[in-house]
Design a protein around this ligand. Structure first.
Ligand SMILES: Nc1ncnc2c1ncn2[C@@H]1O[C@H](COP(=O)(O)OP(=O)(O)O)[C@@H](O)[C@H]1O
Ligand SMILES: [Mg+2]
Length: 341
């Protein structure tokens, strides 16, 4: 690949500081993904600049006009603090006829709306936990046949926002309380789902038309203390001492029953196509004891940090980190938006 001019676009405060490589807090920093991607771009011989965007499209446009990048590396996961707005950024880049990495606006919009994504999955017979939705400010109308436990989560937020041990509830009273909590805490609707007891698998997919999948990656909740539920709360994902206390590990899924790896691959690609995804995505799934694989949610433009699930699973496939970043650039350049067709 020729040397590219890459404009890395990210959220406010996520541009790595000048002295980043000398800092000893890289691992726990908020700018870790930006730091890792920048390192790969340097090693791949590309020229790049990082620009932070909060709520000003004008400054984004100015950076594009001034820098004239071959491609925008889109690491922005929100606009004006709103996560579900990220599809507008991809759309804006597309309107500017600016090639960019990652998912197209339609795929982002469908996936970030977890309820709509689940409706599409149901239509295409992709197993996803039974659910109902409680709009912001409304009281839940609890279906008569509801089986407990259920998990109450945000319909719009990512990264386990609003999720804790109290998210799993066993009766109507606690369900109502938790729905109220989600409404108050996130300012959006609550998604109430049948709780799936099973192994937690993350399935990575890369591609626009021809798709590659990476082997299932697993979060193993090996020894949850005091009857805590094995769920990926904020603590379970990012608090190292909590992970140690409860022996929570992230690793290549081991000893999957026969045929499950293949089924993961087929399912992952089906979800990816159903939600019109392009670029790269991580699909969060659960494998129940009876062998059913459920899709919990789709994460296009997922975390690309080195050693995070997506990159680690890719590594096993022989995708070293730099090759992964290279592949993402290639996919961004070869994606065909309407204006190119
Ligand atoms: N229906 C469910 N059954 C069991 N666990 C769930 C369910 N939904 C979510 N979880 C747990 O909560 C975590 C976060 O939920 P998820 O839907 O992936 O949202 P996000 O990662 O965007 O916060 C999952 O990784 C899983 O551990
Ligand atoms: Mg998730």
């Amino acid at each position: 690949m020729k040397q590219l001019r890459v404009l890395v676009v990210t959220a406010k405060g996520l541009k790595p500081p000048e002295d980043a490589s000398e800092r000893d807090d890289i691992q726990n920093s908020s700018w870790k993904m930006e730091y890792d991607v920048s390192g790969a771009l340097t090693r791949l011989g590309h020229e790049f600049e990082i620009v932070e965007v909060y709520d000003d499209l004008g400054s984004l446009k100015k950076s594009i006009v001034d820098y004239a990048p071959d491609i925008v590396f889109n690491l922005l996961q929100e606009f004006h603090g709103v996560a579900v707005y990220d599809h507008h950024i991809a759309a804006y880049l597309e309107l500017l006829r600016q090639p960019y990495t990652g998912c197209n606006p339609r795929g982002l919009m469908l996936s970030r709306d977890k309820v709509l994504a689940k409706k599409l999955m149901c239509y295409h017979r992709i197993p996803t936990p039974d659910f109902f939705f409680v709009p912001f400010g409304k009281q839940p109308r609890i279906p008569k046949k509801l089986r407990y436990p259920v998990l109450v989560k945000s319909a719009i937020e990512e990264a386990s926002t609003g999720l804790s041990q109290r998210s799993v509830v066993y009766d109507a009273e606690k369900l109502k309380e938790r729905v109220e909590f989600i409404h108050e805490h996130t300012g959006g609707g609550a998604l109430v789902e049948e709780y799936i007891d099973g192994r937690e698998l993350y399935l990575g997919v890369l591609g626009n038309t021809r798709l590659d999948s990476v082997p299932p990656w697993e979060t193993v909740f090996a020894d949850m203390a005091d009857g805590s539920m094995p769920i990926a709360t904020h603590q379970a994902k990012w608090n190292e001492s909590y992970r140690e206390q409860n022996d929570i590990r992230s690793e290549l899924a081991k000893s999957l029953p026969e045929g499950v790896s293949k089924r993961c691959e087929t399912l992952a690609k089906k979800i990816y196509r159903t939600l019109f995804l392009t670029g790269y995505a991580r699909l969060d799934c659960r494998l129940r004891e009876d062998g059913t694989l459920f899709c919990l949610e789709a994460n296009p433009n997922c975390d690309l940090s080195l050693y995070d699930e997506f990159a680690s699973a890719g590594e096993v496939l022989g995708y070293g980190y730099d090759r992964l970043v290279h592949k993402i650039l290639t996919l961004g350049l070869s994606y065909e938006p309407a204006w190119k067709q």
